[in-house]
Design a protein around this ligand. Structure first.
Ligand SMILES: *[C@@H]1O[C@H](CO)[C@@H](O)[C@H](O)[C@H]1NC(C)=O
Ligand SMILES: *[C@@H]1O[C@H](CO)[C@@H](O)[C@H](O)[C@H]1NC(C)=O
Ligand SMILES: *[C@@H]1O[C@H](CO)[C@@H](O)[C@H](O)[C@H]1NC(C)=O
Ligand SMILES: *[C@@H]1O[C@H](CO)[C@@H](O)[C@H](O)[C@H]1NC(C)=O
Ligand SMILES: *[C@@H]1O[C@H](CO)[C@@H](O)[C@H](O)[C@H]1NC(C)=O
Length: 311
């Protein structure tokens, strides 16, 4: 009995109850909230079906009305762990690192925030973050990209109440150096998308020869996680045009439109995990019935009970 009391008292210590609050408890809630995610067969909802758009709004050019194309989507049918915005447990930021892209230089927040309406009921939302090619240096390479220019993308999550697919929408472009105001290089939307895909497939993508049935796949690794990415180019989400596209005067070259109208859809699976990681959380959270496992229920129900003893 004494040892049980001691156990309860320990639970009431600030550190432990905080641990329950912020870690186990919120991850339990997160997984439960996650079951409200409903992914259509194609892996995302077309933003235009609900008043949204695959062109961004830019504070500088809006209301002039020029935007940048959202030209890649990570499918909501990807492994659940990949769709979590995290560097641990094989999450999204670890996936980005696996093909050479790092978070903003020294944690700074980009000045040029862009917005997009993914038709999910949340309206226009600021980008979640800007991610930059790291020139092979995961810690500081994105600083080099900020100054010298290079490939980068902004992304948004389609998770509003009207279209909660969990898909990640990315606007990829290759920018000029900071000294040149970060304009986009000629053909820099199509090339940025395809160089990023080239980094995943370790092969050169023939941008000018792509069709609406082009498909590729590749395998990349970071921190013991290996990701298998299947890529399909989709027509019809963006227009093949230069009209209304930011920097269209310099980006559209040789009679080629600034935007070729193709959006790359990535479906990502975690093929291998480090041996010390929990096997597959994807299976766990994809199966709502798992929530009813006695051990899970007992653990879940006892946490609020134990916490209530603290007050
Ligand atoms: C969105 O970004 C703008 C800067 O572009 C900022 O002023 C605003 O506070 C941001 N909104 C939210 C909800 O973070
Ligand atoms: C990988 O990305 C870099 C920077 O964007 C690019 O120069 C290179 O061509 C890419 N690799 C492939 C194989 O496309
Ligand atoms: C594109 O297609 C043309 C005609 O089929 C071919 O000659 C050219 O080599 C292709 N380019 C690339 C980069 O694959
Ligand atoms: C750029 O887009 C604007 C509309 O925003 C259009 O009027 C103009 O003709 C376009 N320029 C080119 C070179 O395509
Ligand atoms: C985009 O339109 C141009 C003509 O304006 C055409 O040559 C090109 O093949 C089209 N690209 C795609 C991917 O359909």
């Amino acid at each position: 009995m004494a040892s049980t009391t001691l156990f309860f008292l320990l639970l009431c210590s600030p550190t432990l109850s905080h641990a329950f609050d912020s870690a186990s408890w919120s991850s339990f809630l997160w997984r439960r909230a996650d079951t409200s995610r409903k992914v259509p067969e194609q892996g995302y909802y077309n933003p235009q079906a609900n008043g949204g758009s695959l062109l961004t709004q830019i504070p500088v050019t809006y209301p002039m009305g020029q935007g940048e194309p959202v030209n890649a989507i990570i499918s909501g049918l990807s492994d659940t762990d990949v769709l979590v915005d995290s560097e641990v447990n094989g999450g999204l930021r670890n996936y980005f690192l696996s093909f050479g892209f790092s978070s903003e230089c020294l944690g700074q927040k980009s000045v040029g925030n862009q917005k997009v309406d993914l038709g999910d009921g949340n309206g226009y939302q600021n980008e979640t973050s800007t991610i930059r090619w790291n020139y092979g240096d995961p810690a500081l390479g994105s600083c080099k990209e900020t100054i010298q220019g290079g490939n980068h993308f902004r992304y948004w999550v389609q998770n509003g109440p009207l279209a909660n697919s969990g898909a990640i929408f990315m606007a990829v472009s290759y920018e000029l150096p900071l000294a040149r105001q970060h304009d986009i290089i000629p053909d820099g939307y199509n090339l940025g998308r395809d160089w990023l895909i080239g980094n995943i497939t370790q092969s050169s993508i023939p941008t000018r020869n792509l069709t609406d049935s082009s498909a590729y796949s590749g395998s990349t690794s970071w921190a013991g996680y290996t990701y298998q990415t299947d890529i399909k180019y989709l027509p019809g989400l963006l227009q093949n045009t230069s009209d209304g596209i930011n920097h269209n005067i310099t980006v559209g070259v040789d009679g080629i439109n600034a935007v070729d109208g193709l959006v790359a859809l990535f479906t990502v699976r975690i093929a291998t995990r480090p041996s010390n990681s929990p096997s597959s959380n994807a299976a766990w959270s994809n199966t709502p019935l798992q929530l009813l496992k006695p051990a899970t229920l007992v653990a879940a129900l006892s946490i609020p009970l134990l916490l209530s003893l603290c007050s």
